[in-house]
Design a protein around this ligand. Structure first.
Ligand SMILES: Cc1cc2nc3c(=O)[nH]c(=O)nc-3n(C[C@H](O)[C@H](O)[C@H](O)COP(=O)(O)O)c2cc1C
Length: 406
């Protein structure tokens, strides 16, 4: 669970999106966090403290005069226990209060009294589009960011008032991802990461083609882990139906040739390239424009193949031309002799790091085991979830990057 051991103070303010805070609370608890809910008076017009107490399994705090605390200082005690304070939903009014440093009720008092260096403040605004676009609100957003607050952004779409636009609170699952990401070590800040993922599809005719069993899960996990680590991430994805990790720029491609073109385009600005895609080695020499018909003669079509250009080797060549400014990581999916194949492939492709895994043991699975091979030898990463392995790999990559002097 990604939030085990974390204590989150979840602040609710007055807005329709309080209904989403119930689901957010559950999601945080499900990921292992303990959640202490604090509500403004307006928030309890939208959702009852009873619901939030039941979901968080803790009494809700709503008043600075709450006598349950021995010292009667809930604002101090609650903020000292927290690993983070998350205000979701955060009303326009509450942002104005925070920006001004006002403290006339428990939640704003607690935010002002929090030790700023130790307890981060995450804000999920939720309001009507006109309220969100208003210069006063935008001034407050800028002020909150300047004061060290993390404004998680807003969603766009239909609003409870019947209008359409920016200002919706992010969905509970999006906020959960943002909170999890917030706690990951920021080892790739300033890096531009390019990841390829999934299979490729090589057309035989308009309705048939050749592909492979890669699910894309390992590459998508790496893209997510790199984004969590603070990088700007572009994910070039073969035909898979996985959801795009939050904050990741996704480029969908089909064939190996498409993937090569997209990879070369984004590699120009990248500082790290991670090639996890299972790219077809060959494609039919001539894809038919029309469906190849069975004519009843019993004769089968004779397919000729041509070799696809090697994406990893081509990008690695570009990396050498850019004198090491682009760190390349290859993946090898093998069926046997992993160490020998991975070692040979690293040298053949000319990349500093090659990650081996057993194809049948990873394709479609949520977990995997990796073997990292570089010039100094091999290191095993034992079986774990793909996300856990991806985070560990990101940290291994970060430790191998050239140190840039300021
Ligand atoms: C039905 C209704 C819905 C509201 N929805 C929102 C909202 O989504 N976002 C917002 O910023 N304010 C909204 N407001 C206004 C706030 O509830 C109001 O500014 C309140 O004083 C906020 O108090 P608080 O910031 O102390 O929680 C709404 C008001 C009403 C009556």
């Amino acid at each position: 669970m990604d939030l085990s051991g974390k204590h989150i103070v979840l602040g609710l303010t007055g807005g329709i999106a309080c209904y989403k805070a119930a689901e957010l609370c559950r999601a945080l608890v499900k990921e292992g966090a303990t959640v202490q809910v604090v509500m403004t008076e307006a928030a309890s017009q939208f959702i009852t403290p009873v619901t939030m107490q039941a979901l968080s399994n803790r009494p809700v705090y709503a008043s600075q005069w709450d006598a349950r605390e021995g010292n009667n200082m809930a604002h101090i005690n609650l903020s000292r226990e927290a690993d983070a304070i998350l205000i979701a939903p955060c009303s326009a009014d509450f942002m104005a209060k925070l920006a001004q440093g006002r403290a006339d009720e428990l939640l704003s008092l607690m935010c002002l009294a929090r030790p700023m260096g130790a307890v981060p403040l995450l804000i999920a605004p939720a309001m009507n589009r006109e309220m969100w676009a208003h210069p006063a609100t935008q001034r407050n957003v800028a002020q909150l960011q300047a004061d060290g607050g993390v404004v998680l952004g807003v969603g766009s779409g239909d609003q409870a008032c019947g209008e359409t636009g920016d200002g919706r609170m992010l969905e509970p699952q999006e906020l959960l991802q943002d909170v999890i990401a917030f706690f990951q070590p920021k080892v790739l800040v300033g890096q531009q990461v390019l990841v390829t993922a999934g299979p490729t599809f090589e057309a035989i005719d308009p309705v048939r083609g050749i592909t492979n069993l890669s699910s894309g899960k390992m590459g998508f996990a790496i893209a997510r882990a790199a984004q969590e680590a603070g990088a700007q991430v572009t994910l070039v994805a073969g035909p898979v139906s996985l959801p795009t990790p939050r904050g990741v720029h996704r480029v969908d491609v089909k064939s190996a040739s498409n993937m090569l073109l997209a990879s070369m385009e984004y590699a120009q600005a990248a500082s790290i390239f991670i090639a996890t895609a299972a790219v077809a080695d060959w494609r039919p020499a001539q894809a038919s424009d029309q469906k190849i018909k069975k004519d009843g003669s019993g004769e089968t079509p004779q397919l000729a193949f041509v070799e696809n250009q090697d994406i990893l080797a081509t990008v690695a060549q570009l990396a050498r031309a850019r004198s090491g400014e682009l760190f390349c990581v290859g993946f090898a999916a093998e069926s046997h002799d992993l160490l020998a194949h991975a070692t040979a492939k690293r040298i053949k492709k000319g990349v500093p790091l090659l990650v081996g895994n057993i194809g049948p043991a990873t394709f479609g699975q949520d977990d995997n085991a990796l073997l990292l091979v570089d010039a100094s030898g091999a290191k095993e990463m034992p079986r774990n979830s793909k996300l856990a392995l991806a985070r560990a790999l990101v940290s291994e990559i970060a430790s191998r990057l050239p140190v840039v002097s300021p």
